[in-house]
Design a protein around this ligand. Structure first.
Ligand SMILES: Cc1cc2nc3c(=O)[nH]c(=O)nc-3n(C[C@H](O)[C@H](O)[C@H](O)COP(=O)(O)O)c2cc1C
Length: 66
């Protein structure tokens, strides 16, 4: 996605698809898996404003699960 931006394109990551169906459609070799897809093109409109970054103390957990 950074490479796309550096080339003047925009992108969106996607996980909302059927990986088995996509693999069949593109004849994905059996020793490959699809983690996610990235759309790349010129943006039709600017991205929505972002709400900002949460404080790291709210989203980072170290050395424990809860
Ligand atoms: C890991 C990940 C997976 C995503 N999967 C989808 C997806 O399957 N479908 C979708 O419409 N948006 C998906 N999104 C969100 C889009 O990539 C994009 O961020 C969203 O449509 C908002 O666009 P905007 O940032 O230009 O407003 C995903 C985002 C992330 C980070």
């Amino acid at each position: 996605m950074l490479a796309a931006k550096a080339m003047g394109y925009d992108s969106c990551p996607m996980i909302g698809f059927d990986p088995v169906q996509v693999a069949e459609t593109i004849n994905l070799p059996s020793d490959h898996v699809i983690g996610f897809m990235v759309t790349v093109d010129k943006a039709a409109q600017p991205a929505w404003p972002k709400g900002g970054q949460l404080a790291l103390s709210e989203v980072v957990v170290q050395d424990r699960f809860a």
